[in-house]
Each structure stands twice: as structure tokens, then as C-alpha cells.
Design a protein around this ligand. Structure first.
Ligand code: ZN
Length: 94
């Protein structure tokens, strides 16, 4: 039994062109980075493909880190705004 899920069926609509195609199984991808990740995880990658896979993983990790920073900043801003709104609301005479 394999723990790798089977590849989903993919098709490129007429009039559009795939940006990258897996050289091992022919699966189309929207970006080169997606192809590099696919080749590195699903196939026996050549050394060049392995380097592309590691670069793509690093790029993805950096992008995820930036997303986490944005989320932390947004949550902090929301918290600060709610504290200020609470202070203003409870200090109003009434
Ligand atoms: Zn493939």
C-alpha cells in the first residue's frame, strides 16, 4: 500500500498554455516552482532537479514566513483597535 495519493486528473483548457510540464509524467503546472516541488516529491530527481526542488521549498518557506508575519501584525492591530475602542466606549459619559 502506498501512502502517496494518486495524481489528480488535470487538463489545460483550450487556448491556454501550461507554464511548465513534468518531464517524468507529463503533468502540466501553472508555475515552474510547482513543477519543481512535484518533481522533487514524486520522482527520482536529477541533481539539477533536486537543487530546483530545494530552492522552491526555500522560496515557499520564506513566503509562508512572510504570510505569518502579516497575520500576526493583523491580529495585533485588531487587538489594539479593539482595546482602544473599548477604552473609548467605557469612558463616554452616559
Ligand atoms: Zn511528474
Amino acid at each position: 500500500m502506498s501512502d502517496v495519493p494518486s495524481a489528480p486528473e488535470t487538463a489545460v483548457p483550450d487556448g491556454e498554455r501550461e507554464a511548465a510540464v513534468c518531464p517524468h509524467c507529463g503533468r502540466p503546472f501553472v508555475t515552474e516552482r510547482q513543477r519543481a516541488l512535484h518533481v522533487g516529491e514524486r520522482h527520482d530527481a536529477t541533481p539539477a532537479e533536486r537543487r530546483a526542488y530545494e530552492d522552491a521549498r526555500e522560496d515557499e518557506s520564506d513566503e509562508l514566513f512572510r504570510l505569518h508575519l502579516k497575520v500576526v501584525f493583523a491580529v495585533g492591530l485588531l487587538y489594539a483597535a479593539s482595546v482602544v475602542a473599548g477604552v473609548v466606549a467605557f469612558s463616554l459619559p452616559g
